[in-house]
Design a protein around this ligand. Structure first.
Ligand code: SF4
Length: 743
């Protein structure tokens, strides 16, 4: 007998509600949930393949422990014994920083990944944290930190109400949105056009999104910050700035005007390959639109001036008065956000509180660049210990970090390594212990991270659609036990981790004058929490203390976990609303338009006005049926147009003697790869494009379908030395390469 269950899709940032069909304990189908308050029935091919992703036979079912050099199946008790025995001696002998932690992007798609890694880092005390953010969006966190004082305060475009949308380096028709959670992003763009709005796309590729746009500007890769700076200069020069209600919340306007004075459209045009009159039109249109939003994404982040570009996106929104107003770019308010504190000066945001040991790269948001993970393992210095052990949680840095060959070798030299991963992938194959979480259908779901980036405030929660298979362990319990094993509390009850967090959170809340529970007894409050287990109690706690919460009885109609469970399709919390100045946590309590680190980096951008390297440059690309390296083992999500090919412009192909479908060898600073060429005028001249996440040809993995069409790893073309200096983000776009046909 089949039944249905609701489950939010975890396969991209759009967070669509799905209705799963379940036969026995197996998911056999998925369709969009029409009653979902946010996605209203939208589904894409990835979501429709949920059953195949969930039931992939290559998913590991039991832990693996290395014995006599071989990874062998083991019990959970044996696995955690091995973790404790492997990690603790390293912490005790070399100190906590000798244990590195790598967090992959799937962590933001799970309850466990949201609730436990910060506890892990605090308990371990290690500064050696590396995440997928530094090969993705760290520049945006840094620019938000510097402008608003909070690295997680990221304004999102008000897609459903804006009159004018300017997208830079974003392709939501394939990605379905990123740092902007919007189910049916394509439909929302079409609706923008249908109501008379305009869509402009700036991208060196004529992507599906660019084809939908009213105007496509095929900029030279890596020069977005120059173009945006020129737009800001035009706004000042032509008297088009109008901060409106923002005026009282902003400081540094005159300094900003001086700082962008050199970046005239005429000065940046040769570097960007965008005509000066076009840049002026872009600026004037932005200023003239009744409402407008500028939105930059991965193509504008993973470049040498990623932080400057991310900063300028918000600068343009501010200068045109579009930040924090309907139709512009607003700060979402998630149900599990902290209790809003009164507006006023905060602690501010600092970079470089510590540095990487070898290259002296500054931390950003507590993280070191993923690009330098290999050297932090394989290079000895007199300053501190190299990383000797690694905890890898839902990450595959051998494919996602620059120079995978070097990292592959470095991982092989570690004293000990743990992978929390459902697959024996290119990274996990080096582990001494692999701890496999259950498939998504057997896990609860709530979008702690993506609701803070959503274009509409809403809240949804799913309990597991299917009970845990015998022999499985919940991912939340795996991470709680991992924390205990590496912090010297191996064997304690994992609920102790949740109890500790609840106790600490309530202890702090009752001391805060603005908290609804100020002055109350933390133990009495803890006893009021509901939920079937520790993670649910923590969700209840966050909901009740959050901006829509019941405040433990203070607002009787407010949110609680019980109330949310009574709304299986979610609760709509309304459109985004202006929130300033409350989200600001800068030391001044205002938006600091020209923070010192940004001002200090502008001379580098000025230098870029005079540089125009000859030769080909590489950019990435995304496919609708793909998500980084996660989904290449699912037959229905590979093949067809989702292939690892080199896109090259017809004129470049002719000049270099490349034929369509023929093999080409692409060389970069870090190495070379050979892949089939696909000749297309969808890339501009001088640019070649390879997708990321491929390269499933290393021995010792268990990814049987992915291995049949492995593709090549684009990151092998990088040597890890190209970084955006402020954020430590890897430069993945606009990278110089050469290309020859393989005869
Ligand atoms: S758009 Fe994203 S969240 Fe929605 S169904 Fe597709 S993969 Fe899932």
């Amino acid at each position: 007998m089949s039944r249905t269950a609701l489950r939010i899709c975890p396969l991209c940032e759009a967070t669509c509600g799905l209705t799963l069909t379940i036969e026995g304990t197996a998911v056999t189908g998925a369709r969009g949930d029409r009653e979902d308050v946010f996605s209203k029935g939208f589904i894409c091919p990835k979501g429709a393949s949920f059953a195949a992703v969930d039931g992939d036979p290559d998913r590991l079912r039991t832990p693996l422990v290395r014995r006599d050099g071989e990874l062998r199946e083991a019990t959970w008790a044996e696995a955690f014994d091995a973790v404790a025995a492997g990690i603790r001696p390293i912490v005790e002998r070399y100190g906590p920083h000798a244990v590195g932690v790598v967090l992959g992007n799937p962590n933001v798609h799970t309850v466990a990944g949201a609730l436990y890694p910060t506890v892990l880092m605090a308990g371990l005390g290690s500064r050696s944290l590396f995440t997928a953010s530094t090969v993705d969006q760290m520049p945006k966190h840094v620019s938000s930190g510097l402008l608003f004082g909070d690295a997680n305060a990221i304004p999102v475009p008000d897609l459903d109400r804006t009159d004018h949308l300017l997208l830079i380096g974003a392709n939501p028709l394939e990605s379905n949105g990123s740092l902007c959670t919007a189910p049916d992003f394509p439909g929302r763009l079409r609706a923008l056009k249908a109501r008379g709005g305009t869509l402009t796309v700036i991208d060196p590729r004529r992507t599906r999104t660019a084809k939908l746009a009213d105007r496509h500007i095929d900029i030279r890769p890596g020069t977005d910050a120059l173009l945006l700076a020129a737009m800001a200069q035009v706004l000042f020069e032509e008297g088009l700035t109008d901060l409106g209600a923002l005026t009282e919340h902003v400081e540094g306007l005159d300094e900003l005007r001086d700082a962008v004075r050199d970046f005239t459209p005429e000065a940046v045009a040769p570097a960007c390959d965008v005509d000066a009159p076009v840049i002026r039109v872009l600026a004037r249109e932005l200023a003239a639109a009744p409402t407008a939003a500028v939105y930059g994404r991965i193509g504008s982040c993973t470049v040498p001036y990623g932080t400057l570009g991310s900063w300028l996106v918000d600068v343009l929104n501010i200068l045109t008065g579009n930040l924090d107003r309907p139709g512009g770019a607003l700060f979402p308010q998630a149900a599990t956000d902290r209790t809003p504190r009164p507006a006023g000066p905060g602690k501010g945001f600092r970079l470089g509180r510590w540095h990487s040991r070898v290259g002296r790269h500054p931390e950003a948001k507590g993280e070191l660049p993923l690009s330098v993970l290999a050297e932090e393992i394989d290079t000895a210095t007199e300053e501190g210990e190299p990383i000797r052990a690694l905890l890898v949680v839902a990450a595959n840095p051998v494919l996602s970090a620059p120079d995978g060959d070097r990292l592959d070798k470095a991982l092989g030299s570690l004293d000990f390594m743990v992978s929390v991963d459902p697959y024996l992938n290119e990274t996990a194959r080096h582990a001494d212990v692999v701890l496999p979480p259950p498939p998504p259908s057997q896990s609860p779901h709530h979008d702690f991270a993506f609701n803070t980036l959503a274009v509409r405030n809403q809240v949804r929660y799913n309990r597991p659609a299917v009970p845990l298979e015998p022999g499985r362990m919940a991912e939340t319990e795996i991470l709680a036990r991992l924390i205990l094993a590496v912090t010297g509390m191996h064997g304690a009850d994992p609920s102790a981790v949740d109890d500790m967090v609840v106790g600490q959170t309530l202890g702090k809340a009752v001391r805060e004058p603005h908290s609804p529970v100020h002055g109350r007894d933390p133990e009495e409050l803890a006893a009021l929490l509901t939920g079937e287990n520790g993670p649910e109690r923590r969700l209840d706690l966050m909901l009740r203390l959050g901006p829509y919460g019941d405040g433990f009885g203070v607002r009787p109609d407010g949110l609680t976990l019980d109330r949310l469970l009574g709304h299986p399709h979610g609760i709509d919390l309304g459109p985004l609303r202006p929130r300033l100045p409350q989200p600001l946590k800068t030391r001044s309590g205002r938006i600091e338009l020209l923070p010192e680190p940004i001002a200090g980096d502008l001379p580098r951008l000025r230098q870029a006005l005079r540089e125009r390297p000859a030769g080909l440059v590489l950019v990435g690309r995304r496919h609708l049926r793909s998500n980084n390296s996660w989904l290449h083992n699912v037959p229905s999500l590979t093949g067809g147009t989702n292939r690892c090919t080199v896109h090259i412009h017809p004129e470049d192909a002719e000049r270099l003697g490349v034929r369509d479908g023929g093999a080409v060898r692409v060389k970069g600073a870090g190495g070379e790869v050979t892949a089939p060429a696909e000749i297309t005028d969808g890339v501009r001249r001088g640019v070649v494009s390879l997708p990321h996440g491929w390269g499933h040809d290393r021995p010792g993995t268990r990814l049987s379908h992915a291995a049949t069409d492995p593709g090549v790893n684009v990151n092998q073309l990088l040597d890890g030395s190209l970084l955006d200096p402020l954020s430590g983000n890897a430069v993945l776009n606009g990278v110089p390469v050469s290309l020859v046909p393989v005869t």
